[in-house]
Design a protein around this ligand. Structure first.
Ligand SMILES: [Zn+2]
Length: 418
């Protein structure tokens, strides 16, 4: 608009100038000649002067108009550029204060192991004979219930927070439940035991994106695109493109990941939640998964740095569109167990490499080393070496208590059997 006005203004000035030149300058010479012959010299001089002034001002006005026009254009361009830079900066920034996964919102999952105990009792143990019910197949070393089927079904008919989870797959050291969250879409709960890896190594392998690119062949792309720099946050935004079977578009995820370490209760929790990030808009050739969340609660059998770990992983993702049932089944029955097996192997390999002092891994671990107090994260502010050793002592003594409790329990059981 301003540009248009300025252009109109300069056009009008140019017209005026042309008019002055034509009507004053050109005609004035003939009049001057006439007047000169009539010896009206002074007046002629004055007129010439006025004419000069007029054309001079006309020129100045034109120049000024041009300058004004340029100034306005420049101002507009600058304003636009500034606005553009400003808007792209706001667009690309990510508000960690608002988006960080807060402990309060996920705390209930810290108790997933208690939940699991009840879940097992309610769903996979026969109430009559107290043996394991068969899920989809028999696993060696597990003693299964032989009660008549109608008896076990009748006994587990009651619907509650536990029985909504349907036992789904059993493999050695792994049991999966599922729960229909939306029509045809399931949340899964997986319980896994690895007797030969440490919780510390397991956590490391979970969060080391560069390493995962090496061992997880379904990760087509995996990048950390944002990191929360506030102390003790351990929060990242991750872009992940997962390989899907032929004829399907690969699925990609942008998710917020945070992990918590609770040394006192000896629990680690990794939380993933899908999120929007300005750096990662949806791509044309992949199917963006907008609904994804997972909670992995890791518990060492003894301490964080001794072999023996189990975890409960609860997750949900909505792969979008209507996915044929065989694909959903494939993801749950094949892809997930395969992934967990790879994860297990990767952790073993990592532990081996760590022993051989592979510098990159050590450096990474030093950078992300658990400083002792991360739960609640605020206590990090007062972190000191003394606190750390104190916490370790506490951990050992509480561990001792657990061992004593277990011994007591077994003594009691033995006593009863006798
Ligand atoms: Zn039974």
């Amino acid at each position: 608009m301003a540009l248009k006005l300025a252009m109109n203004g300069s056009l009008a000035l140019r017209k005026l100038n042309r008019y002055l030149r034509k009507n004053v300058k050109d005609q004035s010479s003939s009049i001057l000649r006439l007047w000169a012959t009539q010896c009206e010299f002074v007046f002629a001089q004055q007129l010439r002067r006025s004419q000069q002034i007029l054309t001079h001002y006309a020129k100045i006005w034109e120049e000024r108009a041009l300058r004004e026009l340029l100034r306005r254009v420049r101002g507009q361009v600058q304003r636009h550029a500034k606005g553009f830079l400003l808007s792209s900066a706001t667009l690309l920034s990510f508000d960690w204060e608002r988006e960080r996964i807060e402990l309060e919102s996920v705390q209930e999952h810290m108790d997933d192991f208690q939940f699991l105990e009840r879940l097992q009792q309610e769903t996979i143990y026969c109430r009559k004979c107290e043996k394991r019910k068969q899920i989809d197949s028999r696993v060696e070393g597990v003693s299964y219930c032989c009660c008549p089927k109608n008896v076990t079904e009748m006994l587990s008919a009651e619907r509650n927070a536990y029985t909504v989870w349907e036992p789904y797959i059993e493999q050695p050291r792994m049991i999966t439940w599922r729960q229909e969250v939306k029509p045809g879409l399931y949340a899964y709960k997986v319980y896994v035991e690895y007797p030969d890896v440490t919780a510390e190594d397991f956590l490391h392998v979970q969060i080391d994106v560069e390493y995962r690119k090496k061992w997880d062949n379904t990760a087509v792309n995996l990048e950390i695109i944002d990191e929360d720099t506030s102390k003790g946050s351990h929060s990242h935004v991750i872009y992940w493109e997962a390989l899907w079977p032929k004829l399907f578009a690969n699925r990609d995820y942008v998710y917020n990941r945070r992990y918590f370490v609770d040394r006192q209760r000896r629990v680690i929790m990794i939380v993933n939640k899908s999120i929007e990030h300005p750096k990662c808009p949806a791509k044309p050739h992949t199917q963006r998964v907008h609904e994804y969340w997972s909670y992995m609660v890791i518990k060492p059998t003894t301490t964080f740095n001794k072999p023996g770990v189990s975890f409960v992983l609860t997750y949900f993702d909505n792969p979008g569109l209507s996915i044929p049932k065989y694909i959903t089944t494939w993801v749950a029955k094949k892809q997930m167990p395969d992934f967990l097996n790879q994860l297990h192997q990767a952790t073993l390999n990592y532990a081996k490499a760590k022993k051989q002092n592979e510098t990159r891994i050590i450096e990474f671990w030093d950078k992300h080393k658990d400083p002792g107090f991360e739960y609640p994260p605020d206590t990090l502010l007062g972190y000191s070496v003394e606190d750390f050793s104190e916490a370790q002592k506490e951990e050992e003594s509480s561990l001792q208590k657990v061992v004593e409790k277990k011994l007591k329990f077994w003594r009691y059981i033995l006593f009863k059997i006798k």
